[in-house]
Design a protein. Structure first.
Ligand code: ADP
Length: 556
């Protein structure tokens, strides 16, 4: 019989559920009434069998109030079974003076509190409240213990990014703090990764009923206790028919299911389900992170492989183009030397085209040498300003052809340092050629050589847009730098692309720059050549107004 709490007068605000088991109808209804008035929801039964059925079917109850003497099982036996069904239930046994000795051992073991008949309403309420209070303290301490264990476990599992290792760790932690002879972890698949099942101990074999339990818990979206007729799993010859399936969720998605299996019904251990629910949260997020990391790793590896294939192709293609190209160039030059009139002009065009291909092949070969770390440095003490002048003089005819004014300012004294002349000439030449290419007719290009202390260089770079080349600067901190700065009044570079123009094959996507042709390799080589000598290259630019490219070498 169910006794809803009576509305008046509420002596306590408790809303706990109490099961009263007593074959004495007068006593039972006295207690029921006293507790209902106190705000409790009460269910009464007259014998132990009915109490067990109520615990199983109408539970959970917060407290069992049982008479020690009942037909069939005694109140103590009922208390033991109640604890098996719900380890967290509080128990108060009603006893007469004659049976109090029987009770002592149970009271000492903390199985139950007791109440000696006859008792007053206030004594009854006090005993019930105390038992419930003890129970909530017990639950709280179990919760704290579970949280402490969880903290240790989550620290351990959150540090793992390898999916396989993480899966094994999750099962190990779950089994260390919750019952079960075997543990399984089912991980959902994703675009890059197949679904996986992990078992602990390794010989444990999942059975169809176990898979069905996992599917059920995913559908339910919450932990499901399972008492199957069929075995959920087998460990050697032992059939495990009881289990607890806990879905692991992250950001609203089920990323896996933890299934613990046992031959006994033992998943109601206090604190265990709490621990598992919290662990499931942590494990879900850790799994998701590991999954994202594995996906990133897989994507990164395939990109790296693609990059390797591209570099290999470039290396082979440029190497193989070299011999036929020398033949074309050799014969074109011969024809040019020996021909006149129209034929000589055709040969000239052939030569220009072949020279252009040679430049591209040489750029590709340089990249290959960088990748293979085969680029050797040939340092000589040289004047940087003289090299800059040499590059400017070589390129003045090209600038004049475009109606541009190309000039240079010299420093007061020569800037002498150890450098690789050929590579430095290549860098300066490349920067001036770009300036000519991206400056309209009538524009100005100016080259200057200056010396700066490190602080000024660092400040200027910080002012300019960040790019990967500049970050390398952090390693080298010489006191002074020698710089070649190439300033133009050309088309400029949009700010958001300034960091990318130093990447291989990158070109600013605009019709104006595309008109100029090119491979997008020049600045990548410039930046690699600068870095090889401990130097740095960066750009300051404004669209429509022009650019300044700076090439700095440490002044030794
Ligand atoms: P390429 O000149 O062969 O295209 P680079 O690596 O030398 O390759 O240059 C990459 C891109 O940077 C160019 O395509 C262009 O868009 C931009 N760029 C380089 N120098 C300048 C400059 N002085 N003015 C404007 N844009 C430039």
């Amino acid at each position: 019989m169910i006794h809803e709490p009576l509305a008046t007068p509420p002596l306590t605000t408790s809303s706990a559920r109490v099961l009263i088991a007593d074959d004495d109808a007068t006593m039972s209804s006295f207690c029921a009434r006293a507790l209902s008035v106190g705000g409790y929801t009460v269910v009464t039964v007259a014998e132990a069998e009915a109490a067990i059925a109520a615990l199983r079917e109408q539970g959970p109850f917060d407290l069992l109030l049982a008479d020690i003497k009942m037909p069939g099982q005694s109140g103590l036996e009922l208390a033991r079974i109640a604890r098996e069904i719900d380890p967290a239930i509080a128990v108060v046994i009603m006893t007469g003076h004659s049976t109090i000795d029987t009770l002592h051992a149970s009271v000492r073991r903390g199985v139950a509190d007791y109440l000696t008949k006859p008792f007053e309403i206030t004594e009854l309420r006090l005993a019930v409240e105390q038992a419930l209070h003890k129970r909530s303290l017990l639950q709280e301490s179990l919760r704290v213990r579970a949280l402490e264990e969880l903290l240790r476990s989550s620290e351990a599992i959150n540090a793992i990014l390898d999916r396989n290792q993480l899966a094994r760790e999750i099962i190990t932690h779950a089994r260390a703090h919750a019952p079960g002879e075997a543990g399984f972890l089912f991980i959902a698949g994703s675009d890059y990764l197949p679904p996986q099942v992990f078992a602990e101990p390794p010989g444990a074999a999942i059975q169809p009923a176990g898979r069905e339990a996992v599917a059920q818990s995913i559908r339910a979206g919450r932990p499901l206790p399972i008492a199957g007729a069929e075995p959920l799993a087998l460990v050697q010859a032992t059939a495990l028919t009881y289990g607890l399936a806990v879905p692991l969720r992250a950001r609203g998605e089920t990323v896996g299911v933890l299934l613990l299996c046992s031959p006994r019904d033992e998943f109601n251990v206090p604190g265990a389900s709490e621990f598992l629910a919290l662990l499931a949260n942590q494990a879900g997020n850790a799994l998701r992170n590991a999954q994202l990391y594995s996906q990133l790793d897989a994507a990164y590896n395939s990109l790296r492989e693609l990059d390797r294939l591209k570099s290999e192709f470039i290396a082979i293609a440029s190497h193989e183009l070299r011999s036929p190209l020398s033949i074309v160039l050799g014969y074109a030059r011969m024809v040019y030397d020996r021909s006149t009139g129209d034929q000589r002009e055709y040969a000239q065009r052939l030569l220009t085209g072949a020279e252009r291909i040679k430049d591209i092949v040489n750029d590709l070969l340089r990249l290959r040498d960088f990748d293979r770390k085969q680029m050797a440095l040939n340092l000589e003490r040289s004047a940087l300003d003289a090299l800059a002048r040499q590059a400017v003089e070589r390129l003045i005819p090209g600038a004049q052809q475009k109606g541009q004014d190309l000039g240079a300012t010299q420093p007061d004294q020569p800037v002498i340092l150890d450098l690789d002349r050929e590579k430095v000439l290549l860098v300066i030449g490349n920067l001036i050629e770009n300036a000519i290419k991206f400056t309209p007719p009538g524009g100005h290009i100016h080259v200057e050589v200056v010396c700066w202390p490190h602080e000024r260089l660092a400040a200027e770079i910080a002012r300019a847009v960040a790019n990967p080349t500049m970050r390398r600067l952090a390693d080298a901190v010489p006191a002074n730098w020698a710089l070649v700065r190439v300033r133009d009044t050309g088309i400029g570079i949009p700010r958001e692309q300034q960091g990318r123009i130093f990447e291989r094959f990158y070109q600013v996507a605009s019709s104006l720059t595309r008109e100029q042709g090119g491979t997008g390799l020049g600045l990548a080589i410039v930046s690699d050549l600068a870095a090889l000598q401990g130097g740095v290259v960066w750009v300051e630019s404004e669209e429509g107004r022009g650019s300044v490219f700076s090439f700095a070498l440490p002044l030794t």
